[in-house]
Design a protein around this ligand. Structure first.
Ligand SMILES: [Zn+2]
Length: 183
């Protein structure tokens, strides 16, 4: 959970520029969660869950790129060990309203990380009735994982799989991040 100090620190990083809220060069927009969840469900109804997963993976990867390289967030993480970087990233995502993410398992060599999210924004939308995981947008974190790996001079191509999801009735969401299986 975020401490009061952490909340204050993240608030202090926000600035008003040209009548908009910014963190670095990233402009923020505050909306209701339903803007995203309704959009996801409408897209699923048209292209199915695999199609929606692919679209949201692309969108979230682009968003992750913006919030690391372009926004200069990488400077904040410089010199931190990999696991601490991930912990700090999860604090930022929690501040941004994506739920309470925690590292359940972490090993660097061989690389394996298990993340959980107990308050995912999407879980309640499906009321536990989805036939598979539905937290498509979280897949963008994979790009940041690889970015951190590079910062720590670890050359890894990773894959991220959501193994438990509140959308399909699990009590929390869980992702396994590990090296991509050889083809
Ligand atoms: Zn989920």
């Amino acid at each position: 959970m975020l401490s009061e100090n952490e909340v204050n620190m993240f608030f202090s990083m926000l600035q008003i520029k040209n009548n908009n809220i910014h963190m670095g060069v990233t402009r923020y927009m505050i909306t209701e969660i339903t803007l995203l969840t309704d959009l996801q469900q409408e897209i699923e109804a048209v292209v199915g869950s695999d199609g929606a997963a692919a679209l949201f993976y692309h969108a979230s990867t682009e968003a992750a790129k913006d919030s690391t390289e372009e926004a200069g967030v990488d400077l904040m993480f410089k010199g931190m060990p990999f696991k601490e970087q991930l912990g700090f990233l999860l604090k930022i995502t929690q501040f941004h309203g994506w739920g309470v993410g925690e590292i359940k398992e972490f090993s660097e060599n061989p690389f394996r990380c298990v993340l959980v999210n107990k308050q995912t924004y999407i879980g309640d939308v499906y009321e536990g009735k989805a036939d598979g995981p539905r937290c498509y947008y979280t897949s963008g974190l994979l790009d940041i994982f690889e970015f951190f790996a590079k910062m720590n001079e670890i050359d890894l191509k990773l894959q991220m799989t959501e193994t438990k999801c509140k959308a399909k009735g699990d009590s929390y969401c869980e992702w396994i991040i590990e090296p991509e299986a050889p083809i």
